[in-house]
Design a binder for this molecule. Structure first.
Ligand code: AMP
Ligand code: MG
Length: 429
């Protein structure tokens, strides 16, 4: 479709710079913060990767009792530091109730994790003492400070303290905290439902044998996986033909979702009919192109939301991603992932960048004025992440995409990136 034909139906800024588009998406995502979201309660074992819909509070002090961090002897630091023998007054192992009080001039045998007896203010490590019969002394010249090898009750948190806020993604470390605070189940936000609509006459499903000229629809399963990895619930629609009626019907169905990801049909070709179809449905467009490579024709906007036949007042965000698989992957990560994260109630950015050292120089010239995202492989095994470009034959190269785990960000003004320089990468997973 040429620009003359596009302008009456597709208003709005036609082509944004990368930073401008990223900022627009980030602001849009931030604006979703106040959205009312449904929540569900899931077992702790099923909470991994979900977004907390409740604050998580300490049910008791952490630690719940003054605890020894060593195997050794609880004592008074001042007495132990005089190096006289101290009589053993008792013993505590992990799980025992707090004991004591510790009589003056005595020590108390103690194991890691056991409650420190009342009156003791330090623990001498077993490696640092001499034991003779039922007496023990700290070996000179070592001295003990009050507080050494113990964690006082409540040092990490007090009962009732808020330890995690709603909106955090649940990783294994948050599961551990929930468990220690007695949460056998957690309230998490429902996953946003994301319609995935691949368009293109040439596409056949993965189960079908493609005829000459046809290709398998690889974007739908790829985007579904990306949606799932970003906390959404993918809803794959049958592929739509490059035909106005087919697109209208498919979009009407897809507009029931919380987010719509369309692939293909947004370039400037004769059968790129997605934007006019969106416009017919009352779409507003935030951008209809971004100065990036690959992925320049990417489209972002909103449609009136539909539930059944009824139009609602609310609007559903959509992304029209160029159909080439590398373009689809890059534009999903850059633009759709942050909006999806925000729809799901996550306070995180949804897109992950990192710094890495470039293994060999890159002087791949692209079109000037475009920020490039080139398939690359980053080795995270060393001291510093080291990244290397993956040779590729353009944005349809799925084999190269599968050998990559990130995209090297080449700023629009950069002509050449030197070997050894610190570069920015967009993480693909
Ligand atoms: P388009 O964005 O529709 O112009 O498509 C650009 C290129 O991507 C064409 O070579 C398409 O055949 C290819 N393509 C489009 N959609 C898909 C898809 N779902 N899976 C794999 N390749 C696709
Ligand atoms: Mg197409």
């Amino acid at each position: 479709m040429n620009s003359a034909a596009r302008s009456p139906t597709v208003p709005g800024p036609p082509l944004l710079g990368y930073e401008e588009a990223a900022a627009l998406v980030a602001a849009y995502a931030a604006g979703l913060g106040g959205l009312r979201r449904a929540a569900e309660r899931v077992d702790l074992a099923s909470a991994l990767g979900r977004v907390l819909a409740q604050d998580l509070c300490a049910d008791r002090d952490q630690p719940p009792f003054t605890r020894s961090t060593r195997d050794g002897f609880a004592c008074r630091a001042a007495e132990a530091s005089a190096h006289a023998f101290l009589r053993l007054a008792g013993a505590s192992r992990a799980g025992d109730a707090p004991a004591g009080p510790l009589p003056p001039g005595t020590a108390w045998e103690i194991m890691t994790g056991a409650p420190v007896p009342l009156g003791a203010d330090a623990v001498a490590m077993i490696e640092h003492v001499e034991i003779v019969g039922a007496k023990v002394r700290l070996l000179p010249p070592r001295a003990l400070e009050p507080g050494e090898n113990i964690v006082p009750q409540g040092a990490q948190a007090h009962a009732g303290d808020e330890l995690l806020a709603a909106g955090g993604v649940i990783h294994p470390q948050q599961i551990a905290l929930a468990a220690t605070c007695g949460y056998a189940a957690l309230d998490v936000y429902m996953r946003p439902r994301v319609a995935i609509l691949a368009t293109g006459d040439e596409l056949v499903p993965v189960e079908a044998e493609p005829a000459a000229g046809q290709i398998r629809n690889s974007n739908a399963p790829m985007l579904a996986a990306m949606v799932a990895a970003s906390g959404g619930e993918p809803w794959i629609l049958p592929r739509a033909a490059d035909h106005a009626k087919a697109l209208d019907a498919a979009l009407a169905q897809a507009a029931q979702a919380d987010l719509l990801v369309i692939s293909g049909g947004v370039s400037a070709g004769k059968f790129d009919l997605v934007e006019p179809a969106l416009a017919r449905m009352g779409a507003s467009f935030h951008f209809t192109g971004v100065k990036i490579q690959p992925g320049k024709p990417a489209v972002f906007g909103e449609l009136p939301k539909k539930r059944g036949a009824r139009k609602e007042k609310s609007r559903v965000p959509f992304f029209g991603l160029p159909g080439n698989p590398v373009s689809s992957a890059v534009t999903f990560l850059l633009f759709a992932a942050p909006v999806l994260a925000a729809l799901g109630g996550s306070m995180g950015p949804g897109t992950r960048f990192a710094l890495a050292r470039l293994k060999s120089a890159s002087d791949k010239h692209g079109k000037p004025g475009l920020t490039r995202f080139l398939p690359a492989h980053c080795d995270f095994g060393g001291t510093i992440p080291e990244v290397e470009l993956v040779p590729w034959q353009g944005s349809g190269d799925l084999a190269a995409l599968a050998r990559s785990n990130c995209f090297l960000v080449v700023p629009e003004e950069a002509h050449r990136l030197e070997a050894g320089s610190i570069v920015r990468i967009l993480l693909a997973s």
